[in-house]
Design a binder for this molecule. Structure first.
Ligand SMILES: Cc1cc2nc3c(=O)[nH]c(=O)nc-3n(C[C@H](O)[C@H](O)[C@H](O)COP(=O)(O)OP(=O)(O)OC[C@H]3O[C@@H](n4cnc5c(N)ncnc54)[C@H](O)[C@@H]3O)c2cc1C
Length: 481
């Protein structure tokens, strides 16, 4: 195992894609599960916290910490029936390549798929453009192996309620906590199609059985270190077609509703201003001259036949939007590259000291409230005189809005706090989540108790069950006492 202690080398771990820069005391690169366990034990003995880290692409500051950073170099992939067993360091793009050799697919592709890892995706419950039809990472998680805070190793998968209660002491305690409070958990879960705030308790219990592994989906490295994840896979769609239409923000709700009526796999919103300022339009350059500020991408796919009939019917249903229709695979892939590059291009946007700020960048509301979410965000930005970019997952009513703010100034930090406060309150009233896919991190940890006023105490209890001394990623998700 490599132990890194030199300041120069540690600098590579002091930032992720978030706003906080924190120098770690040391870093480990573990080559096996046993080495990962050794790194956790050694850090705990030395009084250091442990922050697991994959590709370091997380946005609300989750993979940085002042103790030890633990990276796992292992990245093997093994097919097992309709599943795939992954070591945590597997990059999602590599997993896609490996699965495509046997016609299989794990459909969750975050835009960061070229650099994010399976460990990070599970720990963040990541989603992607096709979550609308295919779900989030938690929906594909069949089993995990985890190094817990005391250095012991736990394997978790689906079990009957009896097996859970008679299993190891931690599993039994976690299971009874969830079963006894199932009604409150289900009632308080946000009414959204994707959610990465708090622990995914609502996904664990199902009719007499428990998916204990799902406790670790979206746990952001706070319950243990994932050393292996078994993911469900499915057959690849045989055909797909991409519709691209233009929209104003005022029309967005109606445009999304029209596209939703044809049951797409993906329904995405792209802010043209990002490409205008970055100067790169790629394959959607034909839209560069029109005034309309937004593009809506709608992908339809299917596993049966060639899809001709279905596409014709869908094209008729959305004809009023006058969409561009792409059927050529190369052209579709190029258009998606443009969509996926949005945040990367946006991160380089700068106006004086102002940059696209995270905070309200991942709000999710019930699908029918997309128009209300747009009104909320635009109203908030305009009232504060903030320029902004807006894109995201229109189908899931999960928008990535980023105002341009100078967070190096205390006044900018205060203004961002006020913005979060007001937007989160409004989203909670709508039955939504303050984060659909990016997670809570350090940035939003203090708001998690208000996202879950009735069940946050269960999350704190789960943290105590698996990590009683608070070794794992402190300050992330579960606020520091
Ligand atoms: C340009 C860009 C685009 C993005 N697009 C999307 C998107 O479309 N959809 C989406 O959902 N997210 C998106 N994200 C957010 C981020 O990329 C994803 O959450 C991603 O899955 C994180 O993976 P990672 O390997 O980089 O994890 P990291 O950033 O390294 O870590 C993320 C979290 O997981 C924990 N973790 C990592 N590995 C382990 C492990 N082995 N065991 C336990 N915990 C672990 C960390 O402690 C941390 O809390 C985007 C980010 C960027 C910068």
């Amino acid at each position: 195992m490599r132990r890194i202690t030199s300041r120069a080398e540690l600098a590579a771990f002091s930032k992720d894609a978030g706003i906080f820069a924190i120098d770690p005391a040391r870093a480990y690169v573990a080559e096996s599960e046993e080495e990962a366990a050794q790194a956790v034990r050694e850090s705990a003995d030395d009084g250091l916290s442990v922050t697991p880290r994959g590709g370091g692409t997380s946005i609300p500051s989750q993979s940085v910490g002042s103790g030890a950073i633990l990276v796992q170099a292992r990245a093997s992939v093994r097919l097992a029936g309709d599943g795939v067993v992954c070591e945590p360091g597997v990059i999602k793009a590599d997993l896609n390549r490996e699965l495509s050799k046997s016609g299989r697919w794990m459909p969750v592709d975050p835009s960061s798929y070229a650099s994010c890892t399976v460990g990070g995706m599970v720990a963040n419950n990541s989603s992607g453009a096709r979550t609308l039809k295919y779900g989030s990472t938690v929906d594909y998680l069949k089993g995990v192996r985890v190094v817990l805070a005391d250095g012991s190793v736990m394997a978790a998968g689906p079990v009957t309620a009896e097996e859970a209660m008679s299993g190891d002491r931690r599993t039994a305690r976690a299971a009874s906590l969830i079963v006894e409070n199932e009604k409150e958990i289900m009632e308080e879960a946000p009414r959204v199609t994707k959610n990465s705030s708090g622990y995914r308790l609502e996904k664990v219990a199902r009719a007499g059985a428990l998916d204990i592994q799902k406790l670790f989906a979206g746990s952001e490295g706070t319950l243990g270190v994932l050393t292996e994840a078994t993911l469900k896979t499915r057959g690849r769609p045989r055909w797909r077609v991409l519709f691209v239409a233009e929209s104003t923000l005022q029309e967005l709700d109606a445009t999304a509703a029209a596209f939703r009526s044809i049951a797409p796999a993906a329904l995405e919103l792209v802010d043209k201003s990002v490409f205008r300022s970055a100067g790169g339009w790629g394959s959607v350059s034909r839209f560069s001259r029109s005034e309309s500020p937004f593009l809506v991408f709608c992908e339809l796919d299917g596993e049966e036949g060639g899809g001709a009939e279905r596409v014709e019917e869908a094209a008729g249903a959305v004809g009023g939007l006058e969409p561009l229709v792409m059927t050529d695979e190369g052209e579709i892939a190029a258009a998606w590259e443009v969509r996926n590059a949005t945040l990367t291009l946006a991160q380089d946007m700068k106006k004086g000291g102002r940059r696209p700020a995270p905070g309200v960048e991942d709000l999710a509301v019930p699908q029918g409230r997309l128009g209300d979410l747009v009104k909320l965000l635009v109203g908030q930005f305009e009232r504060r005189g903030l320029e902004y970019i807006l894109y995201g997952h229109a189908g899931d009513a999960n928008l990535h809005a980023r105002p341009l703010m100078d967070l190096s100034e205390p006044s900018g930090v205060r203004a961002n706090d006020d913005l979060m406060e007001e937007c989160f309150e409004a989203v909670w009233k709508m039955g939504g989540s303050m984060t659909g896919e990016h997670g809570d991190g350090m940035l939003r940890a203090k708001y998690v108790p208000r996202q879950y006023p009735r069940t946050y105490h269960l999350m704190e209890e789960l943290k105590r069950i698996f990590d009683p001394k608070g070794v794992m990623n402190p300050g992330v998700k579960i606020a520091m006492p």
